[in-house]
Write a protein that binds this ligand. Structure first.
Ligand code: SF4
Length: 416
């Protein structure tokens, strides 16, 4: 294996790879995002851990590809300290996959490589890992956030959509490293995502693309970026809004606030006949509240970070949370408390981790947890939109009707 290392480029391009999917769908987002102060553009919680895990794995690969991953626990990158859980669930499995790839005879690679996209000025990104083995190039992207599972190829109706971020990195890498790509016949795009909220999701998702598909993406992205710079770019709401920092100022998301201001409080029904319109008013109110719920999170997150940064958000301030007591030193406290006469069980509670926590650890070690060890109890009934009701609970009237029908069928059967 032969590593080719480059210095990291910390500055983000407005058309960079991580936002390619959003720009293809919503070119207007480019100008809107520019209105958001740069330090508020990334969701902080994901950024700190994700960036630290990226740096940690880059450090391992740069120093010694057979280094011990366990040594990363306790190391701080930026303002995040890698935990033993990060090592066990995310870094170790991701590193094991990459190690196998890089151990292939003749493998050459670029790590954390800044690549420039063709035909669009000032457009670049940093690709996590580009590996060449014979006539095949592997373009790899690590995803260390514990979010929804991201696939290299996502089915969308009759179509299969290739991940735009990976296409961006592949096209930019091919443009920036022409010699490395010389004679390459196939390009494998891979997402390595050790942990996601979907415990059954595979860690590695890949798709092979051709040079022609990269050419087609370059042309399509160029059109979207051109539109972004035009006078009237498309503003389109969809799943790509999820990480868009412009949500607090985007009319597609703030419009429900105006509708909420015009919301007419339903009057109590004067007669039973009014019940239908009253229930419709309840549904309309819930629709509006749901529409602004995500906006609340985005507003709250950005305002908090602005205040933490020392900026003024008029009318808002940070307030210290509730004081939480803890032991100065747990080992010293355990010994002292037991010597005082407390039983060990009074001091130490040994609890088993939740099935999800254990399943995550088991997955990282290639172990399957027997499902008969787990029992599933619903915590109660919650209110959701009908299309999101995974396990619909019938109302009392419906339950009574079903019972009466079953009873009739049973009695009919006995008379027959
Ligand atoms: S929030 Fe969604 S609709 Fe609004 S600018 Fe961003 S991507 Fe476009």
């Amino acid at each position: 294996m032969n590593a080719i290392l480059q210095t990291q480029e910390p500055v983000h391009s407005p058309f960079g790879g991580s936002v390619a999917g959003r720009i293809l769908h919503c070119p207007a987002s480019v100008a809107l995002v520019q209105s958001v102060p740069a330090y508020l553009r990334k969701p902080s919680v994901y950024a700190a851990r994700g960036t630290a895990c990226h740096s940690a794995i880059a450090l391992l690969l740069a120093e010694d590809t057979h280094a011990l991953v366990g040594g990363l626990a306790g190391k701080t990158f930026g303002n995040y300290t890698i935990t033993p859980d990060d090592v066990a669930n995310a870094l170790a499995p991701a590193y094991a996959y990459v190690e196998t790839l890089l151990d292939t005879p003749g493998a050459e690679y670029y790590l954390e490589q800044r690549v420039v996209f063709p035909v669009i000025p000032d457009t670049w990104g940093t690709v996590d890992l580009v590996v060449r083995i014979g006539r095949t190039i592997h373009v790899c992207d690590f995803k260390f956030g514990v979010g929804v599972s991201v696939l290299a190829l996502t089915p969308d109706g009759d179509e299969d959509v290739i991940n735009a971020q990976l296409l961006f990195y592949a096209a930019a890498a091919r443009h920036s490293l022409p010699e490395f790509f010389a004679g390459v016949e196939s390009i494998v795009l891979t997402i390595i995502q050790p942990v996601s909220i979907d415990v059954d999701a595979a860690m590695v998702s890949s798709v092979t693309v051709t040079h022609a598909e990269l050419d087609e993406f370059v042309a399509r992205y160029r059109v979207a970026c051109k539109e972004a710079l035009s006078d009237a770019p498309r503003l389109e709401r969809g799943s790509w809004c999820r990480f868009c920092p412009a949500r607090p100022i985007c009319s597609k998301h703030t419009a429900p606030l105006l509708e909420l201001a015009q919301f007419v409080v339903p009057t109590p029904p004067a007669a039973p006949a009014d019940k239908t319109s009253y229930l419709q008013a309840l549904a309309a109110g819930l629709d509006l509240v749901n529409a602004v719920k995500d906006l609340r999170t985005a507003l709250h997150d950005q305002a908090k970070r602005a205040l933490e940064n020392g900026d003024q958000v008029p009318g808002y301030a940070l307030s210290a949370g509730r004081a939480e007591r803890s032991w100065h030193n747990e080992d010293t406290a355990i010994g002292a408390l037991i010597r005082l006469g407390l039983a060990r069980g009074d001091v130490i509670a040994e609890t088993i981790r939740s099935p999800k926590q254990v399943e995550l650890r088991a997955k990282a070690r290639g172990i399957k947890v027997p499902q008969e060890l787990i029992v599933s109890n619903r915590s109660g009934v919650s209110l959701v939109r009908s299309e999101n009701a995974h396990a619909p609970v019938p109302g009392r009237v419906e339950t009574a009707r079903a019972f009466s029908e079953a009873l009739e069928a049973f009695q009919g059967g006995r008379q027959a």
